[in-house]
Design a protein around this ligand. Structure first.
Ligand code: FBP
Length: 548
């Protein structure tokens, strides 16, 4: 990184995150009253070494847990999320507080770095440059998994050769599950190396009754809200475009819901509701068409429609199509490869699908039909590569053309599609994410000095100011369920989807009808890093509704 940094970057590196009271002096762990160990016998069987862990919280102590220098490894896993650098800074400062000779080793490019023992030692200078900055570039991230016995052996070797007391895994549901597996396997190999996870993902789905929010969601959702609000103002100014905006969130629609609550677009589709109501692709298209027709009747041939990235996999007919296609590809992979023309492939596919699925498949543009037949390296259909925004735009256009012919639509439809995702993942963290992540990193060191392994760090009471946050650790095993994945029962942390009975969705559902024809757009503005607390320290509306 060049020495010549921007004035904003320079100001931000000197911002000092506030720490929860328990972490300001010497913290000690205390078992949370009433917390119980895992009861699911299948989870117990898979985690015999670690399933007995109980939830703990950090409280002020009167002496350091240790005064010996420690070496700890850290790895970033999965997609970037704002605040990752602060989590690392929190780890670093907490380690140096224990002893100036403590060391923090950053494994490079995600879990593969641990397997290969590829690391850098984090220095004062490097940490200083990255405080309160966005991105994961300090050490890079990756989506590899530490899964096989050989990978685990290699990690164990690398960590012990480097003298690491523990590894901190910064990741989402999958990465924290893998952290638990690594913790278990290390114990089974009589290794004393501990593994601690931190809850990261902009998608907001790594949370539960204990973990109030995953880090990165706050900043990313606020960034998208600002972008969508800017588009809404443009739509209302130019008065000629309908913007169809896809927002990131691989499965859950938390991001779309938060943006809807903040900005009030004319229509926001929530995948979880689509699934609950058993809606099909056609029905979602009809829903969008209805909004456009109603607005056109009010002389508003413009608008803003928000859709979540994961929508397709929640549509009743599309889900069925995906199921049939995966089965077909598994059974006839070689036959499919042998075809020479697209027409041959199409005919073959149509013959092997039920009439309903063949109809859905046939209604898709050629490019999407192709994408669906090209599995990724794990054999999965790459649904996330489908441009859902473009697909919906095309289908809505077709339907509006029909209505125009029938004399039922007299407006104009000039659509523009957008996909906001990567724009939000490496934004400088909001004050909330900056402080949350710093506290998460700091707290991880206290769990390590307390000898815990297989725990995810949590934060609670997060509507309060950071001094009053409650930090602690929850055994990953207590969040694990057994789920059928590709024909095998696998341990997974369940993704938290939008709850239709939850307060954020209910608030949205109660207000959304007023946003269809009225332009009730809220212009939220960019994230504020300095200034009045109600702006600079604002929480997401999701957290506000859930925790107030
Ligand atoms: P994580 O779950 O790893 O945090 O990543 C979430 C996410 O940002 C999703 O919103 C998106 O679908 C996906 O990553 C994109 O992944 P990639 O970085 O591999 O393109």
């Amino acid at each position: 990184m060049s020495e010549n940094i921007s004035p904003f970057h320079s100001q931000r590196t000197s911002y000092e995150p506030r720490l929860p009271k328990a972490l300001q002096g010497y913290a000690r762990v205390e078992e949370v009253e009433g917390s119980v160990a895992v009861s699911d016998p299948d989870v117990q069987k898979l985690f015999p070494q670690t399933f007995e862990g109980k939830m703990v919280k950090l409280v002020p102590g009167d002496k350091p847990a240790t005064t010996e220098p420690l070496t700890i490894g850290v790895v970033l896993s999965g997609g970037p999320a704002p605040g990752g650098h602060n989590a690392i800074a929190g780890l670093y400062d907490a380690l140096k507080k224990i002893h100036p000779d403590s060391r923090l080793l950053g494994f490079l490019n995600g879990p593969i770095g641990v397997i290969q023992g590829d690391y850098i030692e984090l220095s004062d200078e490097l940490i200083q440059k990255h405080r309160n900055t966005g991105g994961f570039d300090i050490i890079g991230s990756g989506r590899d998994k530490i899964e096989s016995a050989e990978d685990i052996d290699r990690c164990a070797r690398a960590l012990s050769t480097l003298g690491c007391k523990a590894l901190v895994v910064i990741g989402g549901d999958d990465s924290n599950t893998n952290a638990a597996i690594l913790a278990e396997e290390l114990k089974a190999r009589n290794s004393e190396i501990q593994v601690i996870g931190l809850p990261k993902t902009i998608d907001g789905d790594m949370r539960n009754e204990i973990i109030e929010t995953s880090f990165g969601f706050d900043t990313a959702a606020k960034t998208y809200a600002n972008l969508v609000a800017n588009i809404a103002r443009d739509a209302r100014s130019a008065r000629k475009y309908t913007h169809i905006i896809k927002l990131m969130g691989r499965a859950a629609s938390h991001v779309a819901l938060e943006v809807a609550l903040q900005v009030h677009p004319n229509l926001t589709i929530i995948s979880e509701e689509v699934e609950k109501r058993g809606l099909t692709l056609d029905q979602v298209v009809e829903q969008i068409v209805d909004v456009i027709v109603r607005r056109a009747s009010a002389d508003k041939n413009y608008g803003v429609i928000v859709i979540p990235e994961g929508l397709l996999e929640f549509l009743a007919d599309f889900k069925e199509l995906l199921k049939e296609l995966s089965l077909m590809m598994k059974e006839h992979e070689e036959v499919l490869h042998a075809f020479h023309s697209d027409e041959d492939v199409r005919q073959f596919v149509n013959r092997h699908l039920t009439a309903e699925s063949a109809k859905v498949y046939g209604s898709l543009p050629d490019s999407i039909q192709h994408t669906l037949l090209k599995p990724d390296k794990h054999g999965n259909i790459p649904v996330s590569h489908i441009e859902t925004d473009v697909l919906l735009m095309d289908l809505v256009k077709l339907r509006l053309d029909e209505l125009t012919q029938l004399g039922q639509f007299k407006g104009t439809f000039s659509p523009i599609t957008h996909f906001f995702g990567y724009e939000g993942r490496c934004v400088p963290p909001s004050n909330f994410d900056a402080e949350y992540c710093y506290a998460l990193g700091y707290a991880a060191v206290s769990l390590i000095t307390a000898g815990l392994t297989g725990f995810t760090v949590y934060g609670q009471n997060m509507m309060a100011s950071p001094e009053d946050w409650v930090m602690g650790g929850v055994p990953v095993t207590s969040m694990i369920n057994m789920e059928l994945r590709k024909g095998k029962m696998k341990p997974v942390i369940k993704k938290a989807l939008v709850e239709l009975e939850g307060k954020p969705f209910k608030a949205f559902a109660a207000a959304r009808d007023n946003w269809i024809v009225e332009d009730d757009y809220h212009f939220v503005g960019p994230i504020q890093y300095y200034g009045p607390a109600d702006l600079a320290d604002a929480r997401t509306l999701t957290l506000t509704y859930e925790r107030s």
